[in-house]
Write a protein that binds this ligand. Structure first.
Ligand SMILES: [Zn+2]
Ligand SMILES: [Zn+2]
Length: 351
């Protein structure tokens, strides 16, 4: 256990909208129930870009961002040895907004919603050589799972949490389920997970290249957003559920329109605030009798289940771009221009 602060390299956001700078920082040793993880790979999530641009209700600001990582436990704070050991290879288990700490005793924690715990703290700061994190939010992973699977930590977990809600709401395996934004960082996981669960997957995205990718993931239908409504109505009479990963409000509207009678609407994406609101007339609720819910990240138990699926080869991260920490600014620009199918991953956090 190291008692002195360690010098680390980290990508620092100095101000809203300003470019990221890689700097040397001093990091305190891990506190009670915390461990220090040496980050081997960090996924670049769309929400990092939203935080850097502060385009979600102005949330954002300064500091070290990034919240998806696989790494090695390097030092333990007091008490952390009850959960992990030095040398363990781990993935962060709750996703960015899921909380790197939770009390474990309140109503929300005890009902399986630690994200809503009043004491929860976001996991934030993996664009860095080292990251201190609450030991209970880590899941130890087997060697078969490569470092480039780091985006499972938020993108994969968020998709898994959303698909699992289908079971909680009695959408039966075999039934048709639409995934809006199916070629994206989250959607590409959701297609694979929904197939693994046995659903008939209607993948919706825009453009032939993205639709070919959706088909290659195993989707039963790969439909362009412009034709999805007509095709789904003609061939399926509506879907039993829509999982909406789109970063546009238009994708949310499409997800609602695709629902058949008493369908389940699961919102997952978070469009920029200036993209406007999702609106419908109350008469549409009367006609359709839908269930409308939101799904954000997942629990550490969800992460364990997802690691098992990924280890069995049923879910794989599609990595389109890797690079060192110093290329994060370029990656943000490429991400904003939707240049990727799947994900970008930083694989060298020291440079
Ligand atoms: Zn994320
Ligand atoms: Zn709590």
């Amino acid at each position: 256990m190291s008692a002195a602060p360690v010098e680390i390299r980290a990508a620092v956001l100095e101000d809203k909208g300003a470019p990221l700078r890689v700097e040397t920082l001093l990091l305190d040793p891990p506190r009670r129930d915390e461990v220090l993880v040496r980050v081997a790979a960090a996924g670049v999530c769309h929400s990092d870009l939203h935080l850097a641009k502060a385009d979600w209700y102005g949330i954002g600001g300064s500091g070290v961002i990034g919240h998806e990582a696989i790494g090695i436990v390097e030092a333990l704070g007091p008490g952390a040895d009850a959960y992990v050991s030095v040398g363990d290879r781990v993935i962060l288990g709750l996703g960015g907004a899921g909380g790197g700490y939770w009390c474990g005793a309140c109503r929300e924690c005890l009902s399986g919603r630690p994200r809503l715990c009043a004491q929860s703290k976001p996991i934030m700061g993996t664009f860095s050589e080292h990251f201190p994190v609450y030991a209970k939010s880590l899941v130890v992973i087997p060697d078969e799972l490569g470092d480039e699977e780091a985006p499972l930590a938020c993108g994969g977990l968020t998709a898994y949490g959303a698909v699992k809600k289908l079971l909680a709401h009695h959408v039966l395996p075999g039934r048709p389920v639409a995934i809006i934004g199916a070629a994206g960082g989250l959607g590409h996981y959701a297609v694979q997970i929904a197939k693994a669960f046995g659903y008939t997957v209607v993948g919706v995205d825009v453009g032939q290249e993205r639709l070919d990718f959706v088909k290659s993931l195993g989707a039963d239908y790969a439909l362009d957003a412009s034709e999805a409504l007509d095709t789904v109505r003609a061939e399926l009479g509506g879907v039993d559920a829509s999982l909406v990963f789109s970063a546009r409000v238009a994708g949310f509207r499409l997800g609602f329109d695709l629902l058949g009678p008493h369908g389940l609407f699961v919102g997952v994406g978070l469009p920029p605030t200036d993209d406007g609101n999702l609106e419908f007339n109350p008469f549409e609720l009367f006609m359709k009798d839908p269930t409308i819910i939101f799904s954000a990240v997942g629990t550490v138990q969800d992460m364990r289940e997802l690691v098992a699926l990924a280890t069995a080869g049923k879910v794989k991260t599609h990595v389109s771009r890797t690079g060192p920490l110093s290329e994060l600014g370029d990656i943000f620009e490429e991400l904003e221009g939707s240049k990727y199918l799947g994900r970008a991953v930083l694989t060298d956090l020291a440079h």
